[in-house]
Design a protein around this ligand. Structure first.
Ligand SMILES: *Cc1c(COP(=O)(O)O)cnc(C)c1O
Length: 373
């Protein structure tokens, strides 16, 4: 869709990357690391400074004590973290439960590890996306090895509640299943919602692999620094072995810079959330004016919506139309569903954009009224 966007010179709300710079201090730390001579391979599972910072933050923010010497593996982005976790724990024939719509990597990750993804739908109830507990229970079988939990959720902005997380945890414990959690938006959360970390729930510490990344929290998606935390020593060792063969290590100077970024003052994290809440508010007001329907995102920086009637009943055709005729590019729903039929009414917009950019989106979306049926 980014290629389509560029063909029509539209505003790109397809790919989820910020159009603003990271904090200056973080860029300064990266330059300093280059000057200080961090040019060769770091330790494959991560330089000591970043592992110490990650373990420290996992204790103060997420409430889980981990040993940076054993439990933390630094990798090339959250993308590698989830792939390495799947390759480490999933064997051929295993099933992996994934909520649908999903971040597009989980299905391929499970397949590349030899597993089979099993999908459980999130459906809109009022202003919220929810799963049906009995449907989730039925998805657990003797073959289930893991469940992927992404909160705050891409593409819907859902924040899984404590009650939902406990229900998932209880099923994991009952069926001896691992939780692979993907938490890169843990600080991008709105309306007083609270992020719940699976590894902090009773009985889940050793059953959880927590994956995370610097990409979204510090606005550095191009740096490719992420991590996987596993309190089970054998799982942590397996992840380190897989990672060694996938990529050896993340960029050494950027590991040093992210180590420092993690010590940003608390106020940084609060402002990050407030800044994104303002963007969320701007985005949903544009969508209201243009006639889209959606569950209000409570976290992350995406909104999944039903598009208004303009003569298209196909997500891909509508996405191309919106890019070409209106000048705003979304992602068609089918990128987030295994069943293209379910995806047909939906498109996703990403809003990690300057308010000026969203102002341009607002002006262009007014054109949509000419096409409304
Ligand atoms: C952006 C994102 C990631 C991680 O991206 P990296 O840039 O590889 O760190 C992981 N999961 C979700 C749901 C994301 O949106």
């Amino acid at each position: 869709m980014t290629r389509v966007n560029n063909r029509y010179n539209a505003v790109n709300l397809a790919q989820g990357f910020p159009d603003f710079d990271p904090p200056k201090e973080i860029v300064q730390s990266a330059k300093q690391a280059l000057d200080e001579g961090f040019h060769q391979y770091a330790i494959t599972w991560g330089s000591p400074s970043i592992r110490k910072a990650i373990a420290g933050k996992f204790a103060w923010f997420n409430g889980v004590e981990v040993d940076p010497e054993r439990h933390v593996t630094v990798v090339c982005g959250g993308t590698e973290a989830m792939m390495a976790a799947m390759l480490a724990v999933v064997d051929p024939g295993d099933e992996v439960i994934v909520f649908e719509p999903f971040y597009e990597n989980y299905g391929p990750d499970a397949l590349l590890a030899g597993g089979t993804p099993v999908f459980v739908p999130l459906r809109q109830h009022g202003g919220e996306m929810r799963f049906d507990f009995d449907e989730l229970r039925r998805a657990f079988s003797k073959k289930t090895k893991a469940i992927v939990v992404n909160t705050p959720h891409n593409p819907t902005g859902k924040v899984f509640s404590l009650e939902e997380m406990k229900a998932i945890a209880n099923l994991c414990i009952e069926h001896d299943v691992l939780a692979l959690t993907d938490e890169p938006y843990e600080h991008i959360i709105f309306d007083g919602e609270k992020h719940v970390t699976m590894a902090a729930l009773p009985g889940m510490a050793r059953r959880t692999v927590t994956t995370n990344s610097a990409s979204k929290t510090y606005s550095v998606t191009g740096w490719r620094v992420g991590w996987a935390i596993a309190l089970d020593d054998s799982i942590a060792t397996a992840i380190r072995r897989v990672h060694d063969f996938l990529s050896i290590g993340a960029a050494a100077p950027l590991q040093e810079a992210v180590a420092k970024a993690i010590y940003m003052p608390l106020s940084y994290y609060g402002e990050l959330a407030r800044g994104y809440q303002a963007r969320r508010d701007a985005m949903v007001s544009i969508l209201d004016d243009a006639g889209f329907e959606y569950a209000t995102p409570k976290g992350a920086y995406y909104v999944m919506c039903r598009y208004p009637a303009c003569g298209y009943d196909d997500d891909l055709a509508f996405s191309h139309f919106l890019s070409e005729e209106v000048g705003v590019t979304p992602v068609p729903g089918r990128a987030f569903y295994h069943d293209p039929e379910l995806a047909k009414p939906y498109v996703r917009f990403a809003f990690p954009k300057k308010l000026e950019t969203l102002e341009r989106v607002s002006e262009r979306m007014r054109r949509l009224h000419e096409f409304r049926k």
